[in-house]
Design a protein around this ligand. Sequence first.
Ligand SMILES: Nc1nc(O)c(N)c(N[C@@H]2O[C@H](COP(=O)(O)O)[C@@H](O)[C@H]2O)n1
Length: 146
Amino acid sequence: MAIYFYSSREKPYGCFSNFSAHGLTLDGVWWPTSEHYFQAQKFVGTPHADQIRQVKLPKDAARLGRQRTRPLRPDWEAVKDDVMRQAVLCKFETHADIQDILLSTGNQDLVENAPGDYYWGCGQNGTGKNMLGKILMEVRERLRAG
Ligand SMILES: Nc1nc(O)c(N)c(N[C@@H]2O[C@H](COP(=O)(O)O)[C@@H](O)[C@H]2O)n1
């Protein structure tokens, strides 16, 4: 059976959303959520990356990261999956409680039920790539292997 998740407020699987309030340290600094880290990497090496890191809420980090008033790093399309892998792995390595929730899902498919997102989620009609779900399943396997 597949597990669908989307809102970070849902229990118990809202913690699979990048918007969940689970901070992490990467590149030597603290990020309030994996969404903050992911969005900031679009502008790595510029002051805007740190501006994104410093906003309070993940929805604001996403809004800033999605603005196209500043240029994206030129290799973004090539690196974005690895950026997401790194953020998600670090988040679940950092927080034992949500690591347990991820491991408790066994071999079930994990699907981000994001209606407007056909890349990271499954989209409105289920045909999306579900890359976040796939990365969560990879991370689950890696944590299981120890
Ligand atoms: N909560 C939420 N709302 C949306 O509108 C979404 N698209 C998602 N999906 C997450 O968005 C992040 C990537 O967005 P961009 O590639 O910057 O558009 C990523 O965390 C997805 O899991 N979630």
